[in-house]
Write a protein that binds this ligand. Sequence first.
Ligand SMILES: [Zn+2]
Length: 374
Amino acid sequence: MTIATSTRLADGRELIYFDDGAHAKSHTALDTRPLDARSEENTGELRYDALTGDWVAVAAHRQTRTYLPPADQCPLCPTTGANLSEIPDSAYDVAVFENRFPSLGPAVGTIPQNPAWGTIGRAFGRCEVVAFTPEHTGSFAGLSQERARTVIDAWAHRTEALSALPGVKQVFPFENRGQDIGVTLHHPHGQIYAYSYVPPRSEVMAAAACMFYDAHNGQATLLGDIVRKESESGERMIAQGEHFSAYVPFAAHMPLEIHLTPHRHVPDFAALNDAERDELAVMYLDVLRRLDNLYDTPTPYIAAWHQAPLDPVLRPAGRFHLELTSPRRAADKLKFLAGSEAAMGAFINDTTPEQVAALLRSTPGTLTPKADLL
Ligand SMILES: [Zn+2]
């Protein structure tokens, strides 16, 4: 069982320690840094793009954020006498805290409901950082099964808490791994965004899910149907458990793309039961290790945990799942999202999902030590 301990940083931001059940720690250390109180006035703005109907968060204050600090000044390492980090304790397992340089928040609330060109709203929401381990080097794939399970409990805890904040429409846990895709801190970590609007891709996916759900009178779900078909075909399947299946999707957008989908229709992390969380820890590590074992150097990736939107109309059709993507198309080649993809949203994939699935199936999901990516 994971034990959560909540505290506050010097500027008022919340920090929560999540300890592996067998190693519960007492967290009493105080943040002694002379930080100014965090102000809700610092919340950035949302601008409405009338051309597309999208909201854009304008966060000029983030330009001053920490960028690739040296290891002895890492903000995610446990605090030492020489490094007063974001995590005051000298030891922890997993820690979650509010981002000091958030794109969304810290204020929460409801954004304008009938926007048009020129509409500006406040960038309500919440951005949190999840430190997966006190170790400065390594990656999620190198975590123990017990620690991965603690992170899953942390994601579930935060999903439930952030979903309850006023105006929050979507909670999105994710990890960017690798400098190639914009990582600004080496220490293994992920993030959680709580949006005050349904992000564009979630909206598109929710519309497809709702259309299928309604056409089947609420008796079948789109992702449930897809995971069943992928299971029957087996062509793109990578690994299957009792509660989850990992496969390359039929119409993968990226050179490396893996979906990890629960067999039961659950909306989010918080709704997973213990048996599902246990298996998810095993299968997520398996998938990440296969990805890392493809090449001699670690593969950059985006791990995107899709959860059902909180809107009561959209939510019943939405199923929790992971979409793990990498732009890597060869040992020394990355796919760049250029004209067709970036400008038109029209993807061209140079690999076939079936070939990629066969490759990932034959690659062991065991831990292989690697030089640090950065
Ligand atoms: Zn560190």
